[in-house]
Write a protein that binds this ligand. Structure first.
Ligand code: FE
Length: 200
C-alpha cells in the first residue's frame, strides 16, 4: 500500500502549528529544519553498526545496554529533543519484539522512518495478542522454550533490540556483521541470518 499524501487540511494545520510554536519562541524554523534533516538522514544502518560493535566489543555492549542514548552519541547521533533509547538484550532464553500499540513510536534516530507494517493496526494489535503467531508469519520461528517479551515503544522511551549474534560469524568484521541487520532484526520480527549476508 502506498503512503498517503497529506491532505490540504493537514498541511494548513501543520503550517498554523509551526507558526504558533515559532511565534511563541518554543521552536525556531532552524530547529525544525535540523530535526527534519536528521530524521531524513537516519537509517537502520546506524542501529546495525551499533549492534555489530556490541557483538565485537564487550565494553561497548555494556554501555549500549546501560544507556542506549549515550551509546548512540558515541556514533555521533544526538538524541537531543528525542525520548531516550533503550536497548533490549536477546538471549537464547528470551526474545524481544518491539511494537507501538498506540501509534508508530520508533527509534527513528537510529533506525530511520518506521516501516509501513510497523504502523499498521494489525501489527500493533496482533504483536501483543499473539507474538509467536505473528513472528511465525514472518518466518521467524522462536523455539517453544524461548520466552517472547513484547515491549511497547512510547513517547517516553524508544526501544531497539540487541539480537543474539548468529553462529558462524566468528572473526567477522563490524561491517560484515552490520550487513546481517536491518529494521526487522532490530525490532525483533526477524532473526539475523548468516545466509543473508553470504548471498548478498
Ligand atoms: Fe507511537
Amino acid at each position: 500500500m502506498a503512503a498517503r499524501e497529506p491532505s490540504a487540511a493537514h498541511v494548513v494545520l501543520l503550517e498554523k502549528l509551526i507558526g504558533a510554536l515559532t511565534a511563541k519562541g518554543i521552536l525556531t524554523e532552524a530547529e525544525i529544519a535540523a530535526k527534519k534533516s536528521a530524521t531524513e538522514k537516519a537509517s537502520p544502518e546506524t542501529g546495525a553498526r551499533m549492534v555489530a560493535r556490541a557483538w565485537t566489543n564487550p565494553e561497548f555492549r555494556a554501555r549500549l545496554l546501560a544507556d542506549g542514548t549515550a551509546a548512540a552519541e558515541e556514533f555521533g547521533i544526538s538524541l537531543a529533543g528525542n525520548p531516550p533509547l533503550g536497548v533490549l538484550e536477546d538471549t537464547p532464553a528470551l526474545h524481544h519484539l518491539v511494537v507501538c500499540t498506540l501509534c508508530s513510536c520508533y527509534p527513528r534516530v537510529v533506525l530511520g522512518f518506521p516501516p509501513h507494517w510497523y504502523k499498521s493496526t494489525a501489527y500493533r494489535a496482533r504483536a501483543v495478542r499473539d507474538p509467536r503467531g505473528v513472528l511465525a508469519e514472518w518466518g521467524t520461528m522462536i523455539p517453544a522454550g524461548t520466552q517472547i517479551r513484547v515491549v511497547d515503544s512510547t513517547a517516553d522511551y524508544r526501544w531497539m533490540v540487541l539480537p543474539v549474534r548468529p553462529e558462524g560469524t566468528e572473526g567477522w568484521s563490524e561491517d560484515q556483521l552490520a550487513a546481517l541487520l536491518g529494521a526487522e532484526e532490530l525490532v525483533g520480527v526477524a532473526l539475523p541470518k548468516v545466509a543473508r549476508a553470504q548471498a548478498a
